[in-house]
Design a protein around this ligand. Sequence first.
Ligand SMILES: C[S@@+](CC[C@H](N)C(=O)[O-])C[C@H]1O[C@@H](n2cnc3c(N)ncnc32)[C@H](O)[C@@H]1O
Length: 282
Amino acid sequence: MKTAVLFGAGQAGAAVLRLLYGYEPLCFADNDEKKRGGEFCSLPVLSAAEALALGPDCVFICVTDAARAAQMRAQLDGLGCAAEVRDALSLRVFDARAAAARLLAERISARGVGGDAAELGVYRGEFAALINAALPERRLHLFDTFTGFDAADVAAERALGLSAAGTGDFSATARETVERRLPRPEQAVFHVGRFPESFAGCEGLRFCLVSIDADLYAPTAAALPLFYDRLSIGGAIIVHDAFGLQYPGAGRALEEFCAARGLTPVPAADIHGSAILVKQGG
Ligand SMILES: C[S@@+](CC[C@H](N)C(=O)[O-])C[C@H]1O[C@@H](n2cnc3c(N)ncnc32)[C@H](O)[C@@H]1O
């Protein structure tokens, strides 16, 4: 079997390691000295030079930023890298979460699973547009402050020792930005403000497909029971960052919810670390 070094011991590296097929991973390489000497995903973390000395057949550059990937490729050239070099930039384009959402939407439509679609954490509407296109006949409820992370949620995040989120992160958006992006904007219902307060008035709704992408512990923990209890049989919730490293609060909230309800989240195995919950009947 061919051997591989994964250059970049972060979220993209973890995703590439899980997706790797037909290669024996030897180690991670990383330019951050603080990561070196230890392990990441049960593999040693070495410098790029040390990793190349192992003679891998292939080096996978595990970042999703094109400029950084180019720098790392140049660094490998400078070290006289003889291995094939591949990057993970295509994971941004060929997105397992997008594919999973489209397949779930097809199934929901074909089976006549009832209810509206929704997203908590809309930002500029990239994923909301995908849901809107995949379920064009359904209402799409969009929940966001549209002023970025709320101070109370950030305080909770700090108190729990979770992410380094800052108040107002993701504020560079507006309702109009999202409206312009949606292929069927007439289906959108905007719930502007802090979740869960912005859920007021939605108690009587049913949902078929929900994306929870609020990054932080507090809104994710509040959203899971509110949406899951209103999810139709055969409906699904996609939780962003459930297996991610940057915002561990989303994963903690999902773990707690699943433990309390006896549920098992299914990994989407995407670069975002998403998980899927399908409401089962019976
Ligand atoms: C990562 S962004 C969402 C990205 C988006 N789904 C996309 O496809 O590009 C996270 C969003 O969650 C929103 N958010 C976080 N906590 C919130 C809360 N308590 N209430 C409402 N929105 C919240 C932020 O304002 C931000 O726009």
